[in-house]
Design a protein around this ligand. Structure first.
Ligand SMILES: [Ca+2]
Ligand SMILES: [Ca+2]
Ligand SMILES: [Ca+2]
Ligand SMILES: [Ca+2]
Length: 292
C-alpha cells in the first residue's frame, strides 16, 4: 500500500491520513487517467453517497405542497377548495395574487376592491364565496351536489349542500353567546353564518354560563317583573333567562341600540332590531344555546 501511494503521489512523502480526501483529489489532478483504479475510490463514493442521503433527508422532511404558480396556495387547495387556476397566480386578473386575496379576505374569483369574501357571490346562488369555502362547496357552481337545490337554498334551510342524499338530514344549529365579547354567533354545521352585537346581564344580574337549549318561543313576551315587552322571545333557562329584541316600554319607548355591546340587562340576552327576528325564525325549540 505504501509503495502504491508513493507511486501515485510522488510529490508527497508522508501524507496525513486525516486528509485522505484532499490527497485523493490531488492524486486525480496529477494522474487524471488513474482515478478509476485508485483503491480509495469506493470509500470516496460511499462517503459521497452518505452525504447526499444526509442532505436529502431534511429536504424531504421539509417538502411543501406543490404551488405551481407560486401564489401562496397549493395546487391541491386551488383545485379542490378555492377553485382558482393552478397555473395563473392571479385568477381574476385584478393585480392581486390568489394567495394575497384569500389572506386579506377578498375573493380571488371576482376582480375589484369591492369583492370581499363575505359579500362576493361568484355563482349567484345566494351563498357568499367566503361561506362556500367554509362549507367546502364550489363557488363557481350554484348546485354543488347536483340535487336540484342551490347551495344558498340548502344552507338557508339547514341542509348539507355537499350531500346529494340529505333530504332528511339537516346540519346541526347552535347559538353561541360570548359574554366577554358581547357577541352572539349563529352557527350551522360548525360554520359561523352571522355574528351580532348583544347586551347581556350586568354584574349584579349576570347571564348564567353553560350549555342550555331554546325551551319555548313567543313573538312578543310581557315581563311582569319589569313591566315591559320583549319582542322575539326565546327562553333558555327555567329561571327565566331568554334571548329577545331590545325591550319596549308600554308607552312605546324602546331601549336604545347604544346598549348593544355593553352588559346592562337583568340577565337576558338582548339583540338589535333585525337580528332578533332573524334568530327567532332560524332557531327551533331545542336549539343548543352555549353561553361562555
Ligand atoms: Ca398556487
Ligand atoms: Ca386576483
Ligand atoms: Ca355562491
Ligand atoms: Ca344542492
Amino acid at each position: 500500500m505504501a509503495q502504491r501511494l508513493c507511486h501515485c503521489e510522488p510529490q508527497r512523502s508522508s501524507p496525513p491520513t486525516s486528509f485522505w480526501l484532499d490527497q485523493d483529489q490531488t492524486s486525480r489532478r496529477s494522474n487524471p487517467g488513474r482515478g478509476q483504479n485508485d483503491g480509495r475510490r469506493p470509500l470516496d463514493i460511499l462517503l459521497l453517497a452518505v452525504m447526499l442521503v444526509l442532505l436529502a433527508l431534511p429536504l424531504h422532511a421539509q417538502a411543501s405542497p406543490i404551488d405551481s404558480d407560486g401564489d401562496g396556495l397549493s395546487d391541491e387547495q386551488e383545485t379542490t377548495l378555492y377553485r382558482t387556476a393552478t397555473h395563473n397566480p392571479d385568477t381574476d386578473g385584478d393585480g392581486y395574487s390568489d394567495g394575497q386575496e384569500i389572506k386579506n379576505g377578498f375573493s380571488p374569483l371576482l376582480p375589484g376592491p369591492q369583492s370581499k369574501l363575505s359579500t362576493s357571490d361568484t355563482d349567484r346562488d345566494g351563498l357568499s364565496d367566503g361561506l362556500e369555502y367554509k362549507f367546502k362547496t364550489d363557488p363557481t357552481n350554484p348546485d354543488t351536489d347536483g340535487d336540484g337545490y342551490s347551495d344558498g337554498a340548502e344552507i338557508h334551510n339547514g341542509y348539507d349542500p355537499t350531500d346529494k342524499m340529505d333530504r332528511d338530514k339537516k346540519l346541526p344549529r347552535q347559538i353561541e353567546i360570548d359574554l366577554k365579547g358581547q357577541r352572539m354567533k349563529k352557527i350551522l354545521g360548525g360554520v359561523v353564518l352571522a355574528e351580532y352585537k348583544i347586551s347581556t346581564g350586568k354584574w349584579k344580574t349576570p347571564t348564567p354560563k353553560g350549555t342550555f337549549k331554546v325551551l319555548n318561543k313567543t313573538p312578543r313576551a310581557w315581563s311582569k317583573a319589569y313591566g315591559l315587552y320583549m319582542p322575539w322571545w326565546m327562553a333558555f333557562t327555567a329561571q327565566g333567562h331568554g334571548i329577545h329584541e331590545l325591550p319596549e316600554w308600554p308607552n312605546g319607548y324602546k331601549e336604545g341600540t347604544n346598549h348593544l355591546g355593553t352588559p346592562v340587562s337583568h340577565g337576558c340576552v338582548r339583540l338589535g332590531i333585525g337580528p332578533a327576528k332573524e334568530m327567532y325564525d332560524w332557531a327551533p325549540i331545542g336549539t343548543p344555546v352555549v353561553v361562555r
